[in-house]
Write a new protein. Sequence first.
Length: 168
Amino acid sequence: MKNTLSYRFTLIVALAVLLLAPTAAPGQGKFGVGFVVGDPTGVAWKYKLNANNALDGAIGFSPFDRYRLHVDYLWHSNPFHEQNLALHYGAGVAFGFGRTEYIVVNDGRSRYLLRDQEIGFGVRGVIGLTYRVQQSPVELFFEAAPLVIVSPAGGMGVDVGLGVRFYP
């Protein structure tokens, strides 16, 4: 039931963004909002500080029943011959909250269920590609972000996301 509500919420937000965003504009503004599919799946945003730097983030849910929030500081570079395709990289923080259930395996034979309701905190590194659609307020992006989980227990993970943002 919880996943169904999360998917419905994401679908409603995505449809609202598509319907409310202008469909044709000669340029892009500084603030963009859209949606991302992956980990997390939800609402994505980006604020361009200048031509080479930006703050971005997302709020949504993880496939493992946790709500997620992350914020990153990004640098952009253009190492490709395509002027609308940019490489972005940076660092940020991530938070997870909500109830999660894990299956834990000890010594390869004993298994037990662990229920976690603590707030999680991690540090992210991010690398990805950004494509600006010409003469449109649309930006497409793909990114991967290795994650070092600091709390409640140490660990590692990788966030991967594919998304779109609109700049009204």
